[in-house]
Design a protein around this ligand. Structure first.
Ligand SMILES: Cc1ncc(COP(=O)(O)OP(=O)(O)O)c(N)n1
Ligand SMILES: Cc1nc(C(=O)O)sc1CCOP(=O)(O)O
Length: 530
């Protein structure tokens, strides 16, 4: 019997999940998937997977007699669908019913009783456990806990996509299969697979309990999972490898992207701090885009229909912010519209550090933008402490900053912009350093936050190369700042602000007329080789 791990169902017999329904009925529905009545189910099953591809019988409460009886019934069903039945923890039950294999924890029963061809799955919550399981002869690993889940609260550790990716990377030479487990549902399955992928090894599937077992329609739920896991998420980054003269090649394209942004006139939905909202709205208008400020998460389902971008800027976080952000991120992710995350003051307080973790595990960000302290916090560096929202004294040299941006982008499979006197933007492959801008930008509150919003506008207008989109926005912005600061009437930050808005408007007007002269010879960028 083939071992296809792509949609792995783990059963649960507790009343909260079964809701009075018969376990065997739920499992058979999930095996069927959403086939049309009248079509020969068995014939179709052999051609394409439309339902679950593995079933694990997991029952923590019943005695051995009931386990054997139920496992036998389940096995009759799974055999009809040519899908393996594995038994959780109990090798003796698996042997008694002739099941195809077992799933064991790190400390569960020995394998001695099992036939040689039995399938053996072993749980792994860290690299050491994964290596031990492989050495013990596992055919596949149950890697988790992906996300905290009410289905099982006594899990060892929540490792998220970053932890899963690190395990996959370290075992990439092993031919062992892998499934992720814990908190996986229709809203996050594609992202789990996408963001857990390491360069040489990806997940073979997802293991699900409640999202199928507790679903009102387990058949439809299984079918939806199959559709989702077969396709990449709508926000997937288009892979790019650096060209011979990458920086020069990108510079050629920037004026075209700025023109495109002006033509598209994108809407950007800002969930932004109250200190800078007015300034950021004016910057957005000046570049020819439309801002809307809405901290109310439920509004996102309507606002995302305009196919603009969402900006999450947690500068003035409240007790309600995170749940509102998560609702909005979900709406934009589902539609594949760009989401920018500005983790303002990420290292300043315990609450903000927790929010960073919650948000990064709760959705996909096309761009994470921040100063050195914020990007280090997003990376998960321990001991990052910010005083307020400033980055504090830098501890990294230029190569290290570039490497940090590259590594975070590579891990999250997105684009990262680390801002400072030199900005570093990376998509995990290419790293570009930008030296444009003016010190006045550092003297006016909101100028950093506005880069998040502007990036959202450019990501909306140009989706096929997210790094190029972000770079184009930074260059338009920072060249406008240079032009403003050069005006003879600008004497400091106060007179700089109106001049800056004017200069953004001047560039936008020129770009709208197809005039690229504002850009000629102005970009100060170089590719950083690491
Ligand atoms: C596919 C899969 N992965 C992990 C587990 C967890 O197994 P275990 O660590 O043995 O914990 P319990 O299931 O016994 O609570 C699993 N069951 N399936
Ligand atoms: C059985 C199990 N094992 C886990 C682990 O982390 O090892 S999490 C888990 C329960 C997963 O349930 P749901 O899909 O409803 O979140």
């Amino acid at each position: 019997m083939p071992l296809d791990l792509s949609l792995y169902l783990v059963t649960d017999s507790t009343p909260a999940i079964l809701k009075g329904r018969d376990l065997c009925w739920v499992v058979e529905e999930a095996l069927k998937g959403g086939k049309t009545a009248g079509i020969d189910i068995l014939a179709l099953c052999l051609l394409i997977s439309v339902g679950v591809t593995v079933v694990q019988y997991r029952d923590k409460t019943n005695d051995t007699g009931v386990l054997v009886e139920t496992a036998r019934k389940l096995h009759q069903i799974t055999q009809k669908y040519n899908v393996p039945l594995l038994i959780n923890d109990r090798v003796d039950v698996a042997v008694a019913v002739g099941a195809e294999g077992v799933h064991l924890g790190q400390d569960d029963m020995s394998l001695k009783l099992l036939p040689a061809n039995a399938i053996v799955g072993i749980s792994a919550s860290c690299l050491e456990e994964a290596k031990k399981a492989i050495a013990d002869g596992a055919d596949y690993l149950g890697v988790g806990t992906m996300f905290a889940t009410p289905t099982k609260t006594n899990t060892k550790s929540v490792i998220g996509t970053a932890g899963t990716q690190a395990i996959l990377d370290a075992i990439s030479d092993a031919s062992v299969g892998t499934v992720s487990i814990g908190g996986i549902n229709h809203g996050n399955a594609q992202r789990v697979i996408y963001q857990s992928q390491s360069p040489k090894k990806g997940l073979d599937g997802v293991a699900i309990v409640s999202a199928i077992m507790a679903a009102d329609d387990p058949k439809a739920s299984a079918e939806k999972f199959i559709q989702l896991i077969k396709t990449p998420p709508p926000f997937a980054l288009t892979p790019k490898t650096a060209r011979a003269n990458e920086a020069d090649a990108l510079v050629q394209e920037v004026p075209h992207i700025v023109r495109k942004m002006v033509e598209v006139h994108p809407l950007v939905h800002n969930m932004i701090n109250f200190v800078v909202a007015n300034f950021v709205a004016n910057v957005t208008l000046s570049i020819g885009a439309s801002p809307i400020m809405s901290p109310y998460g439920d509004e996102a389902t309507d606002l995302c229909q305009f196919d603009g971008a969402l900006l999450i800027n947690m500068g003035t976080l409240t007790s309600e912010s995170v749940s509102n952000y998560l609702k909005a991120i979900k709406a934009y992710n589902e539609r594949g519209n760009p989401v920018v995350y500005d983790p303002v003051g990420a290292g300043a307080t315990h609450i903000r550090r927790t929010a960073v973790t919650q948000l990064m595990s709760g959705g996909y960000f096309d761009l994470i933008k921040g100063n050195e302290g914020e990007i280090r916090q997003a990376w998960g560096s321990s001991g990052v402490r910010q005083r307020g929202v400033d980055s504090g004294p830098s501890t990294l040299d230029k190569q290290q900053k570039a490497a940090l941006a590259r590594d975070l982008a590579r891990r999250e499979r997105n684009v990262v912009l680390l801002t400072g006197a030199t900005d570093y933007v990376s998509d995990g492959e290419r790293v570009i350093a930008v030296d444009n801008g003016h010190p006045y930008l550092g003297q006016v509150t909101g100028t950093g936050c506005a880069i998040g919003t502007i990036s959202g506008c450019f990501l909306t207008a140009h989706r096929s190369d997210k790094l190029l989109a972000v770079l184009s926005g930074i260059l338009m912005y920072e060249i406008a700042a240079e032009n403003a600061a050069a005006k003879e009437y600008v004497r400091g930050p106060g007179s700089f602000v109106p001049a800056f808005l004017d200069e953004l408007y001047v560039i936008r007007t020129a770009a709208g007329k197809g005039d690229d002269s504002w850009f000629a010879g102005r970009a100060k960028i170089q590719e950083v080789k690491l």
